[in-house]
Design a protein around this ligand. Structure first.
Ligand code: SIN
Length: 190
């Protein structure tokens, strides 16, 4: 299995910074099992959330991978999530958590908990699983993706919980995401 931990340790986009904004768009929205100073709802542009990344280590196994979220470039798209202000030491355990294909990337993010007349922006860090990583599964008919999620289980628990928790967290954020909500609806059939 691929392990991006060592690669990520060289991706020091925020070298010398004492604090970093980490933007979560998948499990990092609803499973914040790391220390953070503050969290704020935010969005990034030019990316769409998709369940196109295989999970062999958290929500599936090598034999029966699950499907988890990644981002696909899409002009004009808005992807809502949660930004966490963290210290750089927090990245080491996150690199391990995200080791199955995700690489640190630097992106501009916009906070949504401020008035729209004064949008507040910052550079932030995301973990991105791009289509050239070996665990990338890509697109499939929505009912097949939902069926795979319904059947997969891994060391972190049922794959189903990942999708249900993400959809719930997005609703709480008031975020629109047609792919996630359609997938959640399909999942309820299995
Ligand atoms: C993220 O949540 O931002 C990265 C992907 C994941 O861990 O689900």
């Amino acid at each position: 299995m691929l392990d991006t931990t060592a690669l990520n340790q060289q991706r020091n986009f925020f070298d010398g910074h004492t604090e970093i904004w980490l933007f979560g768009y998948g499990s990092l929205i609803w499973k914040a099992d790391f220390a953070y100073i503050e969290r704020r709802p935010a969005f990034i542009t030019g990316w769409e959330r998709r369940f196109w990344q295989g999970s062999h280590d958290h929500r599936g196994t090598l034999e029966s991978p699950g499907r988890v979220a990644t981002l696909i470039p899409a002009e004009g798209a808005v992807c809502h999530g949660m930004a966490y202000r963290i210290t750089p030491e927090v990245l080491a355990p996150l690199d391990i958590r995200e080791k199955n294909g995700y690489l640190r990337e630097k992106v501009p993010l916009t906070f949504t908990d401020v008035s729209s007349e004064t949008p507040e922006q910052s550079e932030g860090l995301i973990y991105l699983a791009s289509e050239d990583n070996p665990a990338f599964l890509g697109d499939a008919p929505l009912d097949e993706i939902a069926q795979q999620i319904a059947n997969a289980h891994g060391p972190s628990g049922p794959n189903r919980d990942y999708l249900v928790n993400l959809a719930k967290a997005l609703r709480e954020l008031g975020a629109k995401d047609a792919h996630i909500f359609a997938l959640e609806q399909q999942l309820s059939r299995f």
